[in-house]
Design a binder for this molecule. Structure first.
Ligand SMILES: [Zn+2]
Length: 225
């Protein structure tokens, strides 16, 4: 049996030792037991306390105490105890329930081919991308009142992709209609809704959007799938 040594050491340092409150002495004991079991292709081994204490450099009574403590914490199992020593089964971090966090396999996603309009499941993802504001007038909007808008209107072909769907307030959505988005934000500037820097910011955001550079947060998208 081969063991992935780097993985196991990482799991020991990152999860096992902190979650099971290993002392420095107990770490030394665990590594020593691991060395003489799993690295020799077995999960159990016979250990006498005196040689163990000499190997680790601590008192025999301390070794006895630590073996018992690690047994109680479910990190090793005392399978037998005799004049020949302790038969100890050493559990790897991944064998101990609740030590190594489970990682959900990441769903492969192809953002470019996804439909961001047909249902509202991705609304919160888009709203986070828009920093909680209407893409056009920059007014803060809440998820409940947020509307999804086609930047380039549907007459030009139904494009529900991330490059064409934005969050909008009700007013912008109803007044923009079929106007090109750049013309619409300029009209907002003329009405005093947007300042000059905000207009420039919106025109630049539009360019970024259509270039496919305004991408949602991948972790949020994963959780919405
Ligand atoms: Zn708006």
């Amino acid at each position: 049996m081969t063991v992935d040594l780097a993985l196991i050491i990482n799991q020991c340092e990152d999860y096992l030792f902190p979650t099971r409150s290993f002392s420095v002495r107990q770490r030394a004991l665990y590594y020593h037991l691991f060395r003489h079991t799993h690295l020799e292709g077995k999960s159990s081994g016979l250990f006498s306390l005196l040689p163990l204490s000499n190997a680790i450099g601590v008192a025999e009574s301390s070794v006895r105490e630590d073996v018992r403590a690690l047994h109680e914490r479910g990190c090793l199992v005392i399978e037998d105890r005799s004049r020949n020593g302790h038969l100890l089964r050493v559990l790897l971090p991944s064998d101990i329930p609740g030590v190594v966090p489970e990682t959900r396999p990441e769903v492969q996603i192809d953002i470019a081919s996804m439909d961001f309009f047909s249902n509202r499941r991705f609304l919160s993802v888009l709203l986070a991308r828009e920093d909680g504001r209407c893409f056009y007038c920059l007014k803060s909007i809440r998820a409940e009142s947020c509307e999804l808008d086609h930047v380039s209107c549907q007459a030009n072909g139904k494009d529900n992709s991330i490059r064409n769907i934005v969050c909008s307030c009700h007013e912008c959505n109803t007044t923009k209609q079929a106007q090109p988005a750049a013309d619409f934000v300029r009209s907002l500037y003329r009405k005093g809704v947007l300042s000059q820097p905000e207009l420039e910011n919106r025109l630049s955001a539009l360019e970024q959007l259509t270039a496919g550079n305004l991408l949602p947060d991948r972790a949020l998208l994963q959780s919405a799938l």
